[in-house]
Design a protein around this ligand. Structure first.
Ligand code: NAD
Ligand code: UGA
Length: 332
């Protein structure tokens, strides 16, 4: 099923580096690039035998044209990884809104900001022509519910969002230096879902609850709305960001769904044929009520539009979870 949702790529970099390759988005991006003919060096600090990393990397291991390096961008030698790269896709980072209030904040700062600065210095030294960096819809903060345009003033509402804003702006500031050889595209992804989604995220949890019969914790009343983006669409935008000749600056990557959590629960119920039991909890601080991407710039600059509607994408995600192992948190 997921195979049918994947676009065919006609233009890809010849040689690329993907940071965060053992993660959710990074592993899908790497797979798409290698399948399309790019030679990829994937970098991730996660122990590749960790069950989630191993499962994410499983389909990459047998692919010629892929080299995996276990390294922490906070301290590793980055220059050798970038030799002869046409593009660097920087997806390594600490994601997740809610845990960023706690003691892990230093980790967010270290990976999202300090490691990014090290990577930028290496990208400049090695004169890499294109850097695509993973930013986040969370940089917009609370909105009036309308479409967020890239030129809207950012108002991050969580420590995580502050680090993502710092990360993207750091990358863009580097690109403004005189004689900078690198053009930078910062993609503001909007809540990406699909096979191998992180287990802390809502769509994953809703589908696991529906499949297993376990209750689902719902923070708030479920009227929060997200511009859910299917993983293959997010990957297609990311590939286009590396190859579109004049691409630069910030670009929204939103799936066009504008759907509430209650509607996601309804889709999960209908896909599985069972009503999820809800455990209501207080809203989490820093969670915004609505995210909604203005799609214009992605279309104009990247020629990209999302192709996968939420119901189709959730079906693919559900089919994946129904057959995949406990690495993704499915109850036996
Ligand atoms: P993920 O946690 O699955 O993947 C991130 C990977 O980065 C992990 O495998 C982790 O080990 C690696 N990493 C972290 N710090 C590192 C370091 N210092 N050195 C080397 N590797 C490091 O997360 P994801 O959901 O795939 O998100 C990827 C990126 O996209 C993140 O930057 C995240 O902030 C951003 N993003 C994700 C979403 C989403 O909906 N998933 C939305 C907006 C933005
Ligand atoms: C997601 C990613 O987790 C972030 O890394 C990313 O930066 C962000 O998208 C983005 O778009 O930039 P979020 O939209 O909060 O963040 O996605 P979820 O973690 O899936 O949460 C969505 C909603 O579900 C939130 O309101 C959250 O409170 C709620 N939720 C989540 C629950 O009610 N229960 C849960 O168990 C998990």
């Amino acid at each position: 099923m997921t195979q049918q949702l994947r676009p065919q790529y006609t233009s890809v970099p010849r040689r690329a580096v993907v940071t965060g390759a053992a993660g959710f988005i990074g592993s899908h991006l790497t797979h798409a690039l290698v399948q399309a003919g790019t030679t990829v060096i994937g970098v991730d600090r996660r122990d590749p035998t960790d069950p989630t990393a191993a499962a994410n990397l499983e389909s990459l291991r047998s692919l010629p044209g892929y080299v995996h390096i276990t390294a922490d961008l906070i301290s590793c030698a980055i220059d050798p990884l970038l030799i002869d790269a046409d593009a660097v896709f920087h997806l390594a980072g600490i994601p997740g809104v809610r845990p960023s209030w706690g003691v892990k904040f230093t980790d967010y700062v270290a990976s999202n900001i300090l490691a990014t600065k090290r990577l930028l210095d290496a990208v400049a030294r090695l004169r890499v022509p294109r850097l695509v960096v993973a930013s986040s819809s969370s940089v917009y903060g609370s909105t009036d519910g309308g479409h967020s345009v890239e030129t809207d003033p950012p108002r991050p509402a969580s420590p995580y969002a502050v680090t993502k804003l710092a990360e993207e702006q750091l990358c863009l500031a580097h690109a403004t230096q005189p004689r900078c050889p690198t053009s930078v595209v910062a993609l503001r992804y909007f809540t990406v879902y699909g096979p191998r989604q992180r287990t802390d995220m809502f769509t994953h949890r809703a589908l696991v609850a529906a499949l297993s019969g376990q209750p689902l914790r719902l923070y708030g009343d479920g009227h929060q709305r997200r511009d859910f983006t299917y993983i293959d669409d997010a990957v297609a935008a990311t590939v286009a960001a590396a190859t579109a000749p004049d691409a630069y600056g910030v670009i929204n990557v939103g799936g066009g769904s504008n759907v509430s959590l209650l509607e996601v629960i309804g889709i999960a119920n209908s896909l599985v044929g069972r009503d999820i039991e809800l455990h209501h909890e207080n809203p989490r601080h820093g969670d915004v009520l609505v995210t909604r991407a203005h799609p214009g710039r992605a279309h104009e600059v990247l020629g990209w539009k999302p192709q996968v509607d939420l119901h189709t994408g959730m079906r693919a995600h559900m089919e994946f979870l129904a057959t995949k192992p406990a690495a993704y948190g499915r109850a036996a």
